[in-house]
Design a binder for this molecule. Structure first.
Ligand code: ADP
Length: 299
């Protein structure tokens, strides 16, 4: 700046006032230039983050599920042909070379030791994952792409420890079918051997407590079964509780399954001999993925 003042006065013969005015103007311009430079530096700093986020969005788009199309119509059987699944591209097979048939209206017990692939197979049959090898056919329609996504709406799942909201039994049931009528609710409860609700002082208005803790494990599972049946699913997958249930509770759940026999196709991830005996068919899995499927058995 000193050099500029000297140059202005000595060489260009400007007055001190002119030189100072020019210096003032240049100083302001310099501030603007600095601000532009700061912004530029910020853009350069953000660019790699932007690039990372863009790549992530692309990855998610590539992994996005296909749009649901028409769900396959299930009137005869679900057929598994050489079905294989592994979680990682080059990882070990969780199930492989699986051939089986699940006829409509049957109760199929899925048996095998822990880690044999029962949950993996249940996920495949529910359309949550897609077979990496072989195929699953519903009345001849492969369970792939949009059909697989749509099939999920035709499936109900009762987990080992079902979740109930801290609300009335009615509200918990209506989650499955908000427009269900009173008689639909009672019919589903009766089919799930959950008639105990009739004897509760507040009936359907009984509040179930946080996560359903005011009900016993067996009652919770029967309410969840009723909720699943209310949906009128094509396939009902039930993960039987592994924890010890008393005999009466176990019998109630078996009664519930037996009373729904023939009305809905059921796949029971079975841990107990009683429910295996109740089933019409059995798919047994043995680690590391060898499978045998037996035909109809006396139940
Ligand atoms: P089961 O239900 O009979 O106990 P699973 O289907 O849970 O068996 O598991 C089958 C195999 O797949 C096991 O070897 C298990 O370690 C593996 N597996 C299960 N879930 C995953 C996962 N999310 N990622 C990687 N491997 C898994």
């Amino acid at each position: 700046m000193a050099a500029a003042v000297w140059f202005g006065i000595e060489t260009l013969a400007l007055s001190l006032a002119d030189v100072l005015t020019l210096v003032l103007i240049f100083a302001r311009i310099l501030m603007l230039v600095q601000r532009v430079q700061d912004q530029g530096r910020q853009v350069i700093r953000i660019l790699p983050i932007y690039e990372t986020i863009r790549r992530q969005i692309e990855t998610y788009r590539a992994a996005a599920e296909p749009e649901a199309t028409e769900a396959p119509i299930f009137r005869q059987e679900i057929r598994l042909e050489g079905v294989g699944y592994r979680y990682a591209e080059a990882g070990p097979w969780a199930v492989r070379g699986l051939d089986a048939a699940i006829p409509v209206g049957s109760i199929t017990a899925l048996v095998g030791p822990s880690g044999a692939g029962k949950s993996t197979l249940a996920d495949l049959l529910m359309g949550l994952t897609e077979a990496r090898e072989g195929r699953i056919l519903i009345d001849g329609v492969p369970l792939t792409q949009g059909a697989r996504v749509a099939w999920r709406r035709r499936v109900a799942y009762v987990p080992q420890d079902p979740f109930l909201f801290h609300d009335s039994l009615r509200a918990n049931l209506l989650l499955a079918k908000p427009d269900a009528r009173e008689e639909d609710l009672w019919r589903a409860l009766d089919r799930a051997a959950a008639g105990f609700v009739r004897h509760l002082p507040e009936g359907l208005e009984t509040r179930v407590g946080e996560r359903g803790t005011r009900l016993s494990g067996g009652e919770r599972q029967r309410i969840a079964l009723a909720r699943a049946l209310l949906q009128e699913p094509d396939l009902l997958v039930m993960d039987e509780a592994t924890s010890a249930l008393d005999d009466a509770t176990e019998q109630q759940i078996l009664n519930a399954l037996a009373s729904a026999r023939g009305q809905v196709t059921m796949l029971v991830i079975a841990h107990r001999s009683a429910s295996i005996a109740l089933a019409d068919r059995q798919i047994s899995l043995a680690p590391p993925g060898a499978l045998s499927s037996s035909g109809p058995q006396d139940s």
